[in-house]
Structure formats: structure tokens, C-alpha cells
Write a protein that binds this ligand. Structure first.
Ligand code: AMP
Ligand code: TRP
Length: 326
């Protein structure tokens, strides 16, 4: 049976880009395979963060994912640091990882530039910890966005090197590219929607009024059109296609666009209506969950128990193979 693993950073805001590009796919895959989903708190320590509010952020990330449809009956949702075996495996894998490969990772180079005053070793070793996440659970399927493909390729190489040195232990995991559309920034539709760009995103937990206001302000045509659909209008149509699950409104407005009779305000109102209808139950469930912290913690504890069973078995095998058995 296939096993899927993915991780998400507890970064505060979860926006509709994360939902369409990542979370929605997790929710689908939990019906197809045995699945482990992890809030990767250790990874988030590689850049400056606030220790005081960290526990709350981690719980919020868990609550958003559950509200969006992850089902603890079908999937093991847990917090990375609750299964500390991952750090032990990361150490061992680090010893078969070429330094040059780590230095050449695009994300490392980007983050090293962004945090030039404090380039810590964790930032460099980030992909080893990610490889440890995946290999600890012997996952063969890893849903990620394009930006993580390089890390996944390195994970495969680490698995090959380990297997070559110590005997076949780890499957080589395959990336499952998130099929979701790339959602662009509302205020700058040539760029990806991102939590680091204010005004670019709609959070999964935004209030209906806020959603409507943000959509109303979305950039449509920035200049004279050349006959081709502008990036802003295309983005609004993408959003309509995603959130109008029946597709009737989408088809009608596409037709109006083709005939040149579409008013953008109509398009915006339709996007807002469908998005609000889709996100409202998620927001409500989120509010419930975040106020029931005990239940939330119990779900995460049960997830960690499931994960730990697999992690312990893998580590016994790894210690045996690597000669850590004196
Ligand atoms: P991030 O928080 O930016 O690291 O993204 C977490 C996950 O959400 C990754 O798997 C991304 O591929 C996905 N994601 C982030 N931004 C977008 C976006 N604008 N459109 C589609 N997917 C996104
Ligand atoms: N690095 C991933 C990101 O920033 C998160 C992550 C950590 C992950 N461990 C993972 C993703 C294991 C997939 C598998 O999006």
C-alpha cells in the first residue's frame, strides 16, 4: 500500500493559495492512501521566530488543516517535534549528504540572502530534516508544490546513497505535484499569492466582508488590453473555476467575456459569492476547533502515536544497519 507524507510550516497565515495548491490535495489523498501529515515546527525554527507565540501558531496550523477537511479518522496529523526520532535520522542522513548539494539548493540561497545577518546551519541543513521526515515514514508519495521539487530530488539522492552504503532500507519517494492552480497575488497578478506580500492574499479564515472587500480591490486590467486575457482577470476566472464547484456561473461568465459583454464587477461579485460560500464552513469549523484546544491536542497526540510506531520501527532498522548497536 502506498504511503503519503507531507509537511506544512506553521507560518501564521494560511491563504487560499495554500488551500488550492496544497491542503486540498492532502484532503483528497487521505482517501486514497495511508497518510501522515505533519506540522513542521522544527523547520520553522530556521528563521527568526517568536518562541512565545509559537505554540499558538502550531495549534492554529493544525486547526486550519482539520477545518479544511483533514480527517483524523483517515489520516495521522501530528507535530514534527512530537516524534523526535526525526532529528536522530536527520543526523545519520546528514552523514551521507554532500555539502555541495546543500549549498546549491535554491531555497537555501534565497533564505541566506533574506537573512544575511544570521545564516545558521539549520537553514543549510533544512533539506536533510525534510528528507528525514519523508524517509522516517518510508513514504513513497509526497505532495508538494514546485518550489519543493529540488528538495525532493535531494531526498531521493540521500535515500540512494544510504541504501548503497548500508543496504536497501528506504523507498525512493515520488513527488506528487499539487495539481491545483497557481493562485496569483490579488494586488499584483504577475506574482504568486503569498503571505509575505500584504494585500496579495485572502486567508482561509477571513470574514465574508473582508473577502468581498479584497476581491473588489483585485487588479483586473492594468493597461490597455492586447486582446489577450490579462493576468488579473485570468486569476479571477481561476478562482471562480475553483470555488464554483458546479461550474454554471463560471461557464456563463466565460461566455460573457468571450462576447465582450462581461463587466468585471460582475466577475468579482461572483468570485466573492462562491468563495464565501465555500470558505464559510471552513471558517466556522476553525473557530470551533481553536476554542476546543483539548480536543485539538488529543487529535495531535493520537496522530503522533501513530507516527511514532512507524518511526520507532524505522529507527531500529536504521540503527541496526548503520552499526549503532554496540
Ligand atoms: P508556502 O507556505 O508558501 O511554503 O506554501 C505552502 C504550500 O502551499 C506549498 O505546497 C505551495 O506549493 C502551496 N502554495 C503556496 N502559495 C501558493 C499559490 N499562490 N498558489 C498555489 N499554491 C500555493
Ligand atoms: N519544506 C516544506 C515547505 O516549506 C515543508 C516540509 C517539511 C515538507 N518536511 C516535508 C513537505 C516533507 C513535504 C515532505 O513547504
Amino acid at each position: 500500500m502506498s504511503r503519503v507524507f507531507s509537511g506544512i510550516q506553521p507560518t501564521g497565515v494560511v491563504h487560499i493559495g495554500n488551500y488550492v495548491g496544497a491542503i486540498r490535495n492532502w484532503v483528497r489523498l487521505q482517501d486514497e492512501m495511508e497518510s501522515f501529515y505533519c506540522i513542521v515546527d522544527y523547520h520553522s525554527m530556521t528563521i527568526p521566530y517568536d518562541a512565545e507565540s509559537f505554540p499558538r501558531r502550531v495549534l492554529e496550523a493544525a486547526a486550519v488543516n482539520l477545518a479544511a477537511g483533514l480527517d483524523p479518522e483517515k489520516t495521522s496529523l501530528f507535530i514534527q517535534s512530537h516524534v523526535p526520532e526525526v532529528t536522530e535520522l536527520a543526523w545519520i542522513l546528514g552523514c551521507v549528504t554532500p555539502l555541495g548539494e546543500l549549498q546549491r539548493m535554491t531555497q537555501f540561497k534565497d533564505k541566506a540572502r533574506q537573512h544575511a545577518q544570521s545564516i545558521n546551519a539549520g537553514l543549510l541543513n533544512y533539506p536533510i530534516l525534510m528528507a528525514a521526515d519523508i524517509l522516517l515514514y518510508k513514504a513513497d508519495t509526497v505532495p508538494v508544490g514546485e518550489d519543493q521539487l529540488q528538495h525532493l530530488e535531494l531526498t531521493r539522492e540521500i535515500a540512494r546513497r544510504f541504501n548503497a552504503a548500508f543496504g536497501p532500507t528506504f523507498p525512493e519517494p515520488q513527488a506528487r505535484l499539487t495539481t491545483g492552480a497557481r493562485i496569483m497575488a490579488l494586488n499584483d497578478p504577475e506574482r504568486k499569492m503569498s503571505k509575505s506580500v500584504p494585500g496579495s492574499y485572502i486567508a482561509l479564515t477571513d470574514e465574508p466582508d473582508e473577502i468581498r472587500r479584497k476581491i473588489r480591490r483585485a487588479v483586473t486590467d492594468t493597461g490597455p488590453t492586447s486582446g489577450e486575457m490579462s493576468p488579473g482577470v485570468r486569476n479571477l476566472f481561476t478562482l471562480l473555476e475553483v470555488f464554483d464547484t458546479e461550474g454554471a456561473t463560471y461557464r456563463a461568465l466565460r461566455e460573457a467575456y468571450d462576447q465582450g459583454t462581461l463587466r468585471y464587477v460582475e466577475l468579482k461579485d461572483a468570485v466573492a459569492d462562491h468563495m464565501i460560500a465555500h470558505l464559510e464552513p471552513i471558517r466556522e469549523r476553525y473557530q470551533e476547533l481553536i476554542h476546543r484546544q483539548e480536543e485539538l491536542r488529543a487529535i495531535l497526540a493520537a496522530g503522533a502515536d501513530q507516527a511514532r510506531k512507524v518511526a520507532r520501527a524505522t529507527m531500529e532498522e536504521v540503527r541496526e544497519r548503520t552499526g549503532l548497536r554496540t
